[in-house]
Design a binder for this molecule. Structure first.
Ligand code: CMP
Length: 140
C-alpha cells in the first residue's frame, strides 16, 4: 500500500453550521491523518483559479460565489490510498446519490452546498495542495 496525500476543503455551508469537528472526526475515523489545516476565506480570484477546470460550466460563477461566502477549512490528509479513501468517506458529489454513512449524505444541503471537496486524482492532489500549502507547513 502506498501512503498518499490528498487535499480537502470543508466548505462554507458546513463551517457556518459548526460541523468542522464532526466532519474531521469522520475523516480521522476512516484512517486519514490531518497533516496540515487552516481556516481561510477565499476571494474570487483564488476561487476561480482553484476551480478553473469548471470555468466553462454553467454553475461556475455560482460555485465561486458560494466558496467565497464564508470561511473554509483547507486540509492535507495523509494515509494509505488517501485519495480513494477520502472520496469514499465523502460520498457522491450529489448528496441525493451519496451512500449512507458518508459525509455528504449526512451534512450536504445541495449539489453545490455539498459540505466538502476532495481531490480526484494524484495529479490534482499535488496541484490542489500547492494552491494553499508550502511543503514546510505539512507535518507528517
Ligand atoms: P466539488 O467536489 O468541490 O467540485 C466542484 C463543485 O461544483 C462540486 O463539488 C459542487 O459543489 C459544485 N457543483 C455545482 N453544480 C454541479 C454540477 N452540476 N455537477 C458537479 N458539481 C457541481
Amino acid at each position: 500500500m502506498v501512503v498518499e496525500r490528498t487535499f480537502s476543503i470543508i466548505k462554507p455551508d458546513a463551517v457556518e453550521r459548526n460541523k468542522i469537528g464532526e466532519i474531521t472526526a469522520m475523516l480521522e475515523s476512516s484512517g486519514l491523518r490531518i497533516v496540515a489545516s487552516k481556516r481561510i476565506k477565499l476571494d474570487q480570484d483564488k476561487a476561480a483559479a482553484f476551480y478553473k477546470v469548471h470555468a466553462d460550466k454553467p454553475f461556475f460563477q455560482s460555485l465561486c460565489d458560494f466558496m467565497c461566502s464564508g470561511p473554509i477549512i483547507v486540509q492535507v490528509l495523509e494515509g494509505e490510498n488517501a485519495i480513494q479513501k477520502n472520496r469514499e468517506i465523502m460520498g457522491a458529489t450529489n448528496p441525493d446519490e451519496a451512500a449512507e454513512g458518508t459525509i455528504r449524505k449526512q451534512f450536504a444541503i445541495s449539489l453545490e452546498k455539498n459540505s466538502i471537496h476532495g481531490s480526484d486524482s494524484p495529479e490534482n492532489a499535488i496541484i490542489e495542495i500547492n494552491h494553499f500549502f508550502n511543503e514546510k507547513d505539512i507535518i507528517s
